[in-house]
Design a protein around this ligand. Structure first.
Ligand code: PSV
Ligand code: MN
Ligand code: MN
Length: 386
């Protein structure tokens, strides 16, 4: 295979999971701006996700968030997805939007609240059984706001205990993915603030526990690609939540704020063998002011373009430059790949798959936006940023 053919072949295997909540209305704590045609229920979210997949060919799974996507019959939801060429992806738990969780969920000082949170997590695994989802994604808003508020060591013990109960419940082909975030909503301590804490818990739990890297969950200046390289070396990178940030957890379109960082991350993914079904490339975004479906299409394209550039890095030339200590030559190899305009290449890949080279234009022409705006009244709020 020529080098370019290998790049194309790799791109054809890439799948990006889109989040159900990105299709719903969202906003900040200041205002949620409703958009025309937004889905009224989880079934309609899947209808929109099917459009993203139809025009990109690269978004075959959709992550659910429970209870935002609560339905009577999860098997029916999975069937609805399948009929549209989709599968249901990760089940995201929600232990942060109930009054009982003011002081935390599975780290809460009161055992009754911990039990309630645990029951929700176990229910999420029941839902995975019904939907055929393989991954349970756990993000905990748990933490404290003031020194002395709670015993931070004991909170780690409670966390370990709760996670162990969930781990025991997982089926053989199911995983739990533990997501970290350095602050917010807790402002003094967060119980899973960083990759090290997530890694330590996952290591103790076993092979079915893996770490999620949400690109927006780090302090400014953090070298995320180093974290990615480290987790891959340890066999503990389970998934990404891709998005962009200018300030904190902005949840903007991936590749919008810092496409160079996304390229560097994708390079480490490829370098570390993470371009495999074991690492899930998920989006975790909210489209507060831009049209949602095209924003998600654009996000998938941004991931593909960063991946194409990372695949184009001349690894042999890089090794020669690195081993001979030629700093400038090594950097030039990386920058040459990054500065390549890969849009024609990715367009060719799409055409070879029978798709339009330009998914944004194809979506615009499809008339879907006009159709849903006319037919759907009273769209659902994503649940986040309300
Ligand atoms: C938390 O900030 C987070 O990134 C988690 O992944 C949640 O599940 C997601 O946002 C949606 O609220
Ligand atoms: Mn996330
Ligand atoms: Mn987040």
């Amino acid at each position: 295979m020529t080098e370019l053919a290998a790049v194309k072949a790799a791109l054809k295997t890439q799948a990006v999971e889109t989040p159900s909540w990105a299709y719903g209305n969202s906003g900040t704590r200041f205002k949620v701006f409703a958009q025309p045609g937004v889905p009224r229920d989880p079934f309609e979210k899947l209808d929109d996700a099917a459009k993203v997949h139809e025009f990109t060919g690269a978004a075959p799974t959709v992550a659910l968030h429970i209870p935002w996507d609560k339905v009577e019959d999860y098997a029916a939801l999975a069937k609805h997805a399948e009929e549209r060429g989709l599968k249901l992806g990760a089940i995201n738990s929600n232990t942060f939007q109930d009054d009982d969780y003011k002081l935390g969920s599975i780290c809460h000082p009161d055992a009754a609240v911990r039990r309630k949170a645990l029951d929700h997590l176990l229910e999420c695994v029941d839902i995975m059984d019904a939907t055929g989802s393989k991954d349970l994604k756990l993000w905990f808003a748990d933490g404290t706001n003031y020194p002395g508020q709670d015993d931070i060591r004991e909170r780690q013990d409670r966390l370990a205990e709760g996670l162990a109960r969930v781990y025991e419940r997982l089926g053989d082909d199911q995983r739990m993915l533990l997501e970290y975030k350095f602050f917010e909503p807790a402002f003094y301590t967060t119980d899973v603030p960083d990759w090290g804490t997530a890694y330590a818990h996952c290591l103790k739990l076993g092979p079915k526990a893996q770490v999620v890297v949400d690109t927006g969950h780090h302090a400014p200046g953090t070298n995320i690609e180093f974290i990615v390289a480290t987790l891959l070396r340890e066999g503990k990178l389970g998934a990404f939540d891709f998005n962009s940030r200018f300030y904190a957890d902005d949840d903007l379109m991936v590749g919008a704020a810092d496409p160079f960082q996304l390229f560097r991350i994708m390079y480490e993914v490829i370098r570390g063998g993470g371009f495999s079904p074991d690492v899930a490339f998920m989006l975790d975004q909210c489209h507060n002011i831009e049209a949602k479906i095209p924003a998600i299409i654009r996000s998938v394209m941004n991931v593909q373009e960063a991946t194409a550039k990372a695949l184009l890095v001349d690894r042999e030339a890089l090794v020669v430059a690195q081993r001979s200590g030629d700093v400038l030559a090594a950097n030039a190899v990386v920058m040459d790949a990054y500065n390549t305009d890969v849009r024609p290449l990715v367009g060719e890949v799409r055409e070879e798959l029978g798709l339009d080279a330009d998914p944004m234009a194809a979506y615009r022409r499809s008339g879907w936006a006009e159709k849903i705006a006319a037919e759907r009244v009273g769209g659902q709020q994503a649940g986040w940023g309300a």
